[in-house]
Every structure is written in C-alpha cells, then in structure tokens.
Design a protein around this ligand. Sequence first.
Ligand code: FAD
Ligand code: MLT
Ligand code: ZN
Length: 483
Amino acid sequence: SGNASAVKSSRFDKLKEPDVKFFKSAVGEKGVIMDKDELAVANIDWMHKYQGHSQILLRPQTTRQVSEILRYCNSRNLAVVPQGGNTGLVGGGVPVHDEVIMNLGALNKIISFDEVSGILVCESGCILENLDNYIGNKGFTMPLDLGAKGSCQIGGNVSTNAGGLRLLRYGSLHGNVLGLEVVLADGTVVDMLGTLIKDNTGYDMKQLFIGGEGTLGVVTKVSILVPAKLGSVNTAFLACEDYESCQNVLKEAKMQLGEILSAFEFIDRAALDMALTHLSGTRDPLPQSWKNFYLLIETTGSDEAHDKEKLHRFLESTMEKGFVADGVVAQGSTQADSFWQIREGISEAIGKAGAVYKYDFSLPPKYFYKIVEDLRGRLGSAAVVLGYGHLGDGNVHLNVSAPEYDNELLEKIEPYVFEWVAKHKGSVSAEHGIGFMKPHALHYSKSTEAIMLMEKFKSLLDPKGILNPYKVLPNASKSTPNP
Ligand code: FAD
Ligand code: MLT
Ligand code: ZN
C-alpha cells in the first residue's frame, strides 16, 4: 500500500507470554488489549496507508504505568510505538512490524487551569476538542486548531508540533507549550512541567520533544499557554483569478487587517471540487464565479463594529485593485462553519477518492503554487494534482490523487518534488513531520551535520533505540544498534 518499507531489526525481541503477564500486572487486565478487531484499528493509520502487525496494545492510566512499561520494554528489547489519536499523516503513530503499541488515551485528566495567566496543565491523552470546549466555557481557546481536533490528542499534537489553522495568529507549539512531563525509553520520568511564560534556566530541553514524533520519549503531561476567546469572528470566502492575486491579497490582509487576522487559508479549484464531490452537505460558496483560486480568511477580535468595518474596507480595496474577483462574508456562524467544513474536509474528501500521495511543504510565497503547477504538468492525465494549505504560513499541501497506489506514478513524483523543494530552499515537512514516510527525504532539508546531531540525541535518550524505531532518522530503518 504505502511507499516505505523497512527490514525488521534483529535487535528487538518478540512478545512472549511472560511479557503479557507483566503488562497485566502493570496496567491491569483492561489496559492490555489483544483483541483482533481493536488491534486492527490501531495497526493501521488514518489514511489506510501504513499497516503494522502488533499483537498488543497497552493503555496506561498514569505516568508511573508509562514508566513501568518502558523500563520493562527497554530491559526486554521490545520496541514500542507511542500512539495518540492516530490521525498522523506520515505513518509515525502505527507500528511498522510488531512493536508494542502504547496508546495514551487513558491519560485524559485536566490538571489545572489558571484563568488569569491562561495556563492549562493536562495529561497528554486529552483530546484537543475536549480541551477547547473545557476552556471555552471559561472564555479561552486553544492556540491550535486542526481538522482532526475531534480525535487527535494534545500529546500527539505536541509530539508532531502540529501547526494547523491558527498558527498564523498564535504561533507554533514551540512557543505556546510552557512545559512537559516526559518518560524516557528507560522509564526515567523527566519533570519539565513548568508553568511560567519566561524561564531561561539553561537549555530548554522540552523543545526536543515538541516535534520529537515519539522517538525520544513519551509525553505524559503538557502545560500550555492559551489565548482569550474573542467574541467577534468574521469569515470570508474569496475567489481570485490567479495565484499572483492570492499573494497580493495576503500582503494586503497583513497590512489592513493586521492584529485581527486569524486565518489565511488557500484552496485551489481541484481541492474545492474534491471537497464538493465527496463531502455530503457541502456546496460551492461562490457558485456564480468559477475560478481556479480560493481563499478562506478569518478575523478574530473584540469589537464587532470595528472588525466588520475593517474587513469591509479590506474587501472593497482588494476588489478595486482587482486582486479579489468575487467574495462572500459569512452571515453568522452556520455559514462560517460551512466554509470551514470545505477547508477542513479536503483531506477526508481526497481519502474517499482513492489513493493519495500527500506532501506538506514550506516554500517562499512566490513558489508556493509553482510546485503544484509543475507537478501537474509533469504528471499530465495520470493523476489529479491538488494544492491547498496554510498560505499565511507558506505551507502548501501538495496532494496527488489517483485511483490506486502505483509505483510508476510514485517514481514520477519522488524524488522530483523533494529536489524541487530543496532547490527552492523549502522544507520537506512544514507540519506533518517525518514519521515513517520521509526519513529518506530528511537530507533535502537538513545538513549532514544536523542529522548526525539528531542521531546523537537519539542515542543519548534512547540508547537501545526501542522508541518508535524505523521513524524520523534515516538510519533508523537499518538494523545496527546504537552504540
Ligand atoms: P498520532 O497520530 O497518534 O501520533 C503522531 C506521532 O506522535 C507519532 O509519531 C506518535 O508516535 C507520536 N505520539 C503521539 N502521542 C504521543 C505522546 N503522548 N508522546 C510521544 N509521542 C507521541 N497536522 C498539522 O500539523 N496541521 C493540520 O492542519 C492538520 N490537520 C489534520 C487534519 C486531519 C483531518 C488529519 C487526519 C490530520 C491532520 N494533521 C494536521 C496531522 C497531525 O499530525 C495530527 O492530526 C495530530 O497532531 C496528531 O495527533 P494524534 O494524537 O492523532 O497523534
Ligand atoms: C490540512 O491542513 O488540511 C491538514 O494538514 C491535513 C492535510 O494536509 O490533508
Ligand atoms: Zn495543514
């Protein structure tokens, strides 16, 4: 199915009966899942592209249980894959072979929330949307939002350094996460669960685990700074004649909307059509004007009259200048939700259309769409090439949709797209991570020295390499144990 493969490392042992006995003593009968149907779900990723063959899934309920499991697995040479909501898009959260699956979903308690500082402390298995609802009742909102919010866990978000739809406004988790509790491969619990906005006491080691993709440690608790939920939200769906105009609209939005701009998303015609075809209940927000480029822009502020006036002035001027061809401002939250349903549903829609080769690049704005056009030209009628993403952050989602997975097609896409991105000084992963999909492509965005340093951190924190093997590091799929 997928495009990656790795030989099983001989350094890992196989699960045996006494192991199961130990796990049951550590997490109780209910925390040990060996049921075939439940395992089937956990062994395959959200896209149904990466499939492992684990015999066992563990659901620890406390940090101590996480620690006991890891200490045991480390001594027994059993490989472990940490799993959150299993919504990751690079095959990082599912086993490659028969790794023990450790799902963090039972660590789902909210520990504290300070309504003055806006600092939330919770366990890593809390579902993003549940956290947003919990603090929403108190007048706050999570600094990140993504289509997978109903299933992804904050620990998974932290471990992938998830970006999403609000990064433009609130910045990345590298800034918002104030502290972490992490369990290392040998069971050591590292308390870095600070609740301070400023803290320059030496190296900021939690940063290694933000985006660590479960290869350096298991995140068990998270402390995160959350912004106030402001009452005035406006959402507009705009159509543009060409990509050049989209860039101009972005520039104008930064200048004119300034501090109230909260999202700037891009959808091309192919992506819009995909959503309209495969998502029930969606309809074209601008049926009267068929264009190739669309923008979803949101403002969030605290003064309805001021914000509306600003948005209208912005729309007027961008239309006058010919940057915006047509547009509609949502009249109420139902219509706004219908715009977001299209944008957030694109990945689900593509999944319904068949096989998908998914790329997630950072590129300078002027090249953001060029790669979509170039690949479209290269593939011709062999596949549908779509472009969408977080234009405000320079993050394009380049997707290739085909009836089924096909190696000939893949060979036309890779390494072409990675070379293209490297040549234009982009990143081969803006937000989804490296996982099992891209270790071979890491070098397009990182120097040899930087990769060597990553490997040193890995062998320092996980000398036996039991945590999420075959992922992220290019050498991880080889069977040589770390010294
Ligand atoms: P999983 O998929 O379970 O795991 C992801 C990785 O984190 C794996 O490597 C796993 O081993 C590791 N991991 C999970 N939990 C822990 C833990 N507690 N400790 C250590 N390691 C752990 N991503 C974006 O950045 N922006 C988006 O806009 C976005 N939109 C999405 C929309 C949809 C519809 C879908 C399906 C996915 C989207 N994603 C997006 C992908 C994104 O990576 C995930 O949705 C999310 O961050 C992963 O969380 P999860 O709990 O599902 O983690
Ligand atoms: C998105 O922005 O929609 C997500 O990152 C998911 C995807 O890329 O398909
Ligand atoms: Zn995205």
